[in-house]
Design a protein around this ligand. Structure first.
Ligand SMILES: Cc1cc2nc3c(=O)[nH]c(=O)nc-3n(C[C@H](O)[C@H](O)[C@H](O)COP(=O)(O)O)c2cc1C
Length: 209
């Protein structure tokens, strides 16, 4: 399948990093159209200590640790409104925005987008394809909440960056993966399912009492 993934300037670049890695090695995705907003290099530098200035297909693939011959990632510039993801006639499964800033959320909700991320999200909704938004802010104000409701009503899947703890994560990676697995599940992308809740845990706790 083909997917578009956009990274915006909300906190949580690591969610995008891990989602991209797992999509790339899943075997289920042929092409990931990758778009980044202008502030992502700043957030990535602050949060992960990486240099994503002047991003292109090659240095993004290197950042993700993908094999040299991996052709999965295809990077598109934010101002390229003639790019593939900007057109509804380009058939693809859908789009993920992870993490999704309140700015991008608002632009999509208003329908008055100005860059390739906004346009691609708008196209995804108008074509009735899956749009998965991973918003991150705290606390949310009424405008953020109204925008999320508006987008949910328009067909978007709101998957907030709020990982669970019932799988008892021991590392940040395990915490991050818990959320990333939920993103992959939206497109039935295979993964290790390590943190899946089976219900048996409760029985186990009860039997120990
Ligand atoms: C380190 C850092 C962390 C940020 N975290 C958030 C956040 O969690 N949520 C949010 O909505 N904006 C956050 N912002 C602000 C956005 O980056 C800013 O509103 C930006 O204009 C969003 O643009 P974009 O949607 O085009 O990426 C953060 C900015 C920085 C520098």
């Amino acid at each position: 399948m083909e997917l578009t993934l956009a990274i915006t300037g909300a906190s949580g670049t690591i969610y995008a990093y891990r989602t991209l890695q797992l999509l790339a090695v899943s075997g289920a995705v042929k092409t990931i159209n990758l778009i980044m907003s202008d502030i992502v290099p700043t957030v990535a530098q602050v949060e992960m200590g990486v240099n994503l200035r002047d991003p292109d297909t090659e240095n993004i693939s290197r950042w993700l640790g993908l094999a040299k011959d991996s052709r999965v990632i295809r990077f598109w510039r934010l101002d390229n409104l003639a790019a593939k993801p900007a057109s509804g006639s380009n058939k693809q499964a859908g789009m993920i925005i992870v993490p999704c800033s309140m700015g991008t959320l608002g632009a999509i909700a208003s329908g008055a987008g100005t860059n390739l991320i906004h346009r691609a999200a708008d196209v995804t909704l108008k074509e009735n394809r899956k749009l998965v938004l991973v918003p991150r802010e705290t606390p949310y104000n009424a405008i953020h909440l109204e925008n999320m409701l508006k987008l949910a009503r328009a067909g978007a899947q709101i998957l907030p960056a709020s990982p669970g703890f019932y799988h008892r994560p021991k590392t940040i990676e395990e915490l991050v993966d818990h959320l990333v697995f939920r993103i992959l599940d939206q497109f039935d992308i295979p993964h290790s399912r390590k943190s899946e809740w089976s219900g048996e845990e409760v029985e186990e706790i009860k039997s120990k009492k």
